[in-house]
Ligand binder design. Structure first.
Ligand SMILES: [Fe+2]
Length: 462
């Protein structure tokens, strides 16, 4: 019989893991998921836990919040009056705190420098260990900025034989010793806490590596365009459905910028912004892209967070274009304030953001998704036009329709010999993979309807 509090504890710890890291868990710690305790409760995993994914833990993507929540449930499970969660850093070897509770005074970051014998002991301990004044130096040094005598129990956190951190528990409420049952409970939870820390570190290093690569490209300005196109292809390699998406969004954004009369530098900025708009998706769990049904709230949040993560990545890079970071953050904002992450309204969004929002929506409509079929060009143009001005900027949508019309016209009558050089050298707006099977007349209808809607039928004389 599993005590109810213990079950609750395990469920709470599963939440962040399942919602954010299930794929990584399978990859890096299959032994944990193969634990009989876990596999004996599939109905809980599938229905209760996933259904219970509340905004608090599912949204807890930053380590400090997840660590604090994990610490709280572990302390409650074994009636610890104080405790702290530490992560392990290899060079130099040390434990540094990421959450603490129940102490009257605690440093902002508590640190235990570790000697090889401490690392060895933490790696080799068969599970949670009681520590006393005379035993604490087996696992912890006395040279940190807190004293090891505050703790009564040390729980090494390991993933696949690697030391990830340690959970240190202080006195129990009432002053009694940690029982064998207490140690077992904490020992069963430890792999999940270790995995949460480990996965967070993986995600952070992915973010950091992506930013480093971008900085490298930024240092060689002459190769911007090709290099960013290569980068866009890397972002899109996340799933079959995304293949070519960022490249096409860059292409359409630049095309619309031209139609809006922006200068060549601004057109270049729009191309780069389109290439990079989804860069935050490098950290999104791969299975979410291929899920054949609608995303649940946790998965949706993880997907939506690509805007914030992407913004964090590009904000560390010195681009020759000032609008890239805000495009990355705000390309899912909508004119009526229904978008994310900041619920901006149309007048709070810059023109580059509005352009990439339209290009992104247009390409998504023309792309197959696991849960829906792609639209035809005519359907996408009509849908896009109907979304303005409530969701998308009307001028920007019109610039897309102008470029589509140019494609449609030049398909019907290729440029004559006496056409201007600009006309003769014009590249099609549409990606070559999309057949331009819409007539100029159909586009004229859409433009006329759009104008009618945005001016409420009034005609202005100029
Ligand atoms: Fe996006």
């Amino acid at each position: 019989m599993v005590p109810p509090l213990f079950t609750t504890t395990v469920l709470s710890l599963y939440k962040p893991l399942l919602s954010c890291y299930s794929q990584l868990a399978l990859e890096f710690a299959p032994h944990i998921l193969a634990d009989p305790f876990v596999t004996s409760r599939p109905p809980l995993l599938a229905s209760q836990v996933l259904a219970e994914l509340g905004p608090v833990l599912t949204g807890e993507r930053d380590l400090a919040t997840t660590a604090a929540a994990a610490l709280e449930v572990v302390m409650a499970a074994v009636q610890a009056s104080s405790g702290a969660l530490f992560r392990f850093q290899e060079k130099p070897a040390m434990l540094s705190s990421i959450a603490a509770a129940g102490f009257a005074v605690f440093p902002q970051t508590a640190v235990f420098p570790l000697m090889p014998k401490h690392v060895h002991a933490l790696l080799g301990a068969p599970g949670p260990q009681r520590i006393s004044r005379d035993r604490s130096d087996i696992f912890l040094s006395s040279t940190g900025n807190i004293s090891s005598v505050w703790f009564r129990c040390v729980v090494p956190l390991r993933v696949r034989g690697r030391l990830i951190g340690a959970l240190l528990l202080g006195e129990r409420e009432g002053g009694s010793e940690y029982s064998a049952e207490n140690l077992k409970q904490v020992g069963d939870l430890a792999p999940f806490i270790g995995l949460a820390i480990y996965n967070h570190q993986l995600l952070m290093s992915l973010e950091e590596r992506t930013a480093e690569n971008l900085k490298l490209i930024a240092s060689v300005h002459s190769f911007w365009d090709d290099a960013l196109a290569g980068f866009a292809a890397t972002i899109d390699s996340k799933s079959k459905e995304m293949h070519g998406h960022s490249l096409r969004v860059g292409r359409y954004s630049a095309g619309m910028a031209e139609a809006l009369g922006l200068n060549p530098t601004e057109v270049g900025e729009m191309r780069a912004s389109g290439y990079l708009h989804d860069i935050g998706k490098v950290t999104v769990d791969k299975h979410i892209f291929t899920k054949p049904s609608a995303l649940d709230s946790g998965e949706f949040q993880e997907m939506a967070d690509h805007t914030v993560v992407g913004h964090r990545i590009v904000s560390t890079v010195q681009f020759p274009w000032p609008h890239v970071p805000e495009v990355v953050r705000s390309h899912h904002e909508r004119a009526d304030g229904s978008g994310y992450p900041d619920r901006l309204r149309n007048d709070e969004m810059s023109m580059p953001v509005k352009i990439v929002a339209v290009a992104d929506t247009f390409d998504a409509m023309l792309s197959e998704r696991p849960y829906r079929k792609k639209m035809t060009l005519g359907e996408a143009a009509a849908q896009l036009s109907w979304l303005a001005p409530a969701k998308l900027d009307a001028d920007v949508v019109q610039s897309l329709l102008i470029q589509l019309r140019r494609d449609a016209v030049s398909l019907m009558s290729p440029p004559r010999p006496w056409a201007s050089s600009l006309e003769r050298t014009r590249k099609p707006f549409l990606d070559p993979s999309i057949p331009c099977n819409i007539s100029p007349t159909d586009i004229d209808h859409l433009v006329s309807e759009l104008n009618h809607r945005t001016t409420r039928g009034r005609v202005f004389l100029t």
